[in-house]
Design a protein around this ligand. Structure first.
Ligand code: T4K
Length: 403
């Protein structure tokens, strides 16, 4: 049997572990059973149900390019999310790159340094200059009060991220965008199923982008989508993700190959059956963290906002060194010693990576809130199959570490 956790070294043809992943795979993939806890684990449907769909794909031999599962999933997903149009993608990064193309964004785009690096790479791949804006301490999202001073004649759009699924201040962002005639593309890769007062967060802005990566609340292994609000835009996005083909002989623009396969669409269709349960279970476990940690001084948690249906994509805590008596990295190392693979999402800031470091808006001191939060954050394990006893153990470790 092929061990997919090993890679082939081209030069020696030897099979070896990717050293950057060896710690993760140290338990040889046995996961929870061997006592290792990960920051997240995918929720998967019963395998038999997927095998049934696989047989169907084998029979029809229709593997990609708008196959029957793709069409069914696209429709079912739009209905589930409560949006007008969904365009399915191979992953969230290609969806972001394409969203910027679809809106013909150029020049400068105001965005956040506190996200997964793909947010800003999508700008770079489009030849757009990112302009980093500081974040709000309570949501970790772009701070609307700091956007206006960054607008120049070259600014064409704002690219905010609903970090950890917490909604951005969409009303304020919309006001600024309207005044200055800017487009808004939300990176909603963490925000599957998030609603405010019953309305999906995905209906704000010109476009929203989702990720269905293995680490996401809703996964199709790899996958993503763009949510759009009018038919013409949906058509343009669909051309762009398929090389620009409008029909067999007409290429309407410089498209890319970013299509979702039938395998991804089939699992997505199945996942829709189970997603509400998975989110509910995550919510219960998040509630246990809140109850356990509410008295622990120096550990800040995100506040649950009234009227918001959270999807509990991640469970970040912020370690206030002066009060807790330990640095975040100290706590990170202690957890790792205990086989608890906590993660520092998001550290370092995107503005600190070599590609972006030289930008004027990346200068240290320019993003004080983000620079503080990135040194405090630690994402604790959260996924639907995590045990309540695991959470109690994680919280006990935190209590033990407090000085
Ligand atoms: N925008 C935002 C705001 C994003 O967060 C992301 C992706 C994107 C855009 C781009 O979307 P995609 O193009 O990825 O669709 C992960 C993911 O690769 C990435 O999708 C995600 N954000 C980011 C926040 O996290 P890593 O390198 O931290 O993941 P990895 O492989 O270390 O996995 C973390 C843990 O998850 C593992 O310790 C165990 C568990 N895991 C992971 C995988 C891949 C599993 O149990 N099974 C798996 O198959 O980047």
């Amino acid at each position: 049997m092929i061990d997919s956790r090993r890679i082939v070294d081209d030069k020696s043809s030897e099979v070896r572990l990717d050293p950057s992943r060896s710690e993760e795979f140290a338990d040889e993939g046995r996961g929870e059973r061997s006592g290792v806890l990960y920051v997240t684990r995918p929720s998967l449907p019963p395998i038999d149900e997927f095998v049934e769909l696989l047989r169907d794909i084998w029979d029809t031999k229709w593997l990609t390019n708008k196959g029957p599962y793709h069409e069914q999933f696209e429709e079912a997903l739009a209905e589930y999310l409560g949006v007008k149009y969904v365009s399915l993608f191979a992953n969230g990064t290609l969806a972001l790159v394409t969203a910027l193309q679809a809106l013909r964004i150029t020049g400068e785009v105001i965005t956040t340094p506190y996200s997964f690096v793909a947010t800003v790479h999508a700008l770079h791949w489009n030849g757009i200059t990112p302009v980093f804006c500081d974040i709000e301490p309570d949501t970790c999202n772009i701070d609307p009060e700091k956007i206006e001073s960054l607008i120049t004649p070259k600014t064409t759009a704002i690219l905010p991220v609903h970090v950890y699924g917490t909604p951005c201040n969409v009303q304020e962002i919309e006001k600024i965008a309207d005044i200055y005639g800017l487009k808004v593309i939300y990176d909603a890769c963490h925000a599957f199923g998030v609603t405010i007062e019953g309305e999906t967060i995905l209906n704000f802005g010109d476009l929203s982008v989702l990720s269905f990566h293995a680490t996401k609340v809703f996964t199709t292994f790899e996958g993503g989508a763009i949510v759009s609000h009018d038919e013409k835009m949906k058509r343009r996005i669909d051309f762009l993700k398929n090389f620009g083909f409008a029909n067999e002989v007409t290429v309407v623009g410089p498209g890319i190959n970013a299509k979702m396969s039938e395998f991804q669409a089939a699992i997505g269709l199945l996942q829709l059956k189970y997603i509400d349960d998975a989110i509910e279970k995550r919510g219960e476990l998040a509630g246990l963290y809140y109850r356990n940690l509410s008295e622990l001084e120096g550990i800040r948690m995100l506040e649950e906002k009234a009227g918001v249906r959270n999807n509990h994509q991640y469970f970040p805590v912020f370690i206030e060194r002066d009060v807790f008596g330990r640095s975040r990295d100290d706590v990170y190392n202690e957890f790792r010693k205990n086989n608890i693979m906590v993660r520092r999402y998001f550290y370092p800031l995107i503005s600190q990576f070599p590609t972006y470091k030289g930008l004027p808006s990346a200068v240290p001191g320019n993003l004080p809130v983000a620079e503080r939060i990135t040194k405090e954050v630690l994402c604790l394990p959260l996924y639907s199959e995590l045990g309540r006893d695991d959470i109690n153990r994680i919280c006990d470790i935190l209590y033990r570490l407090k000085r």
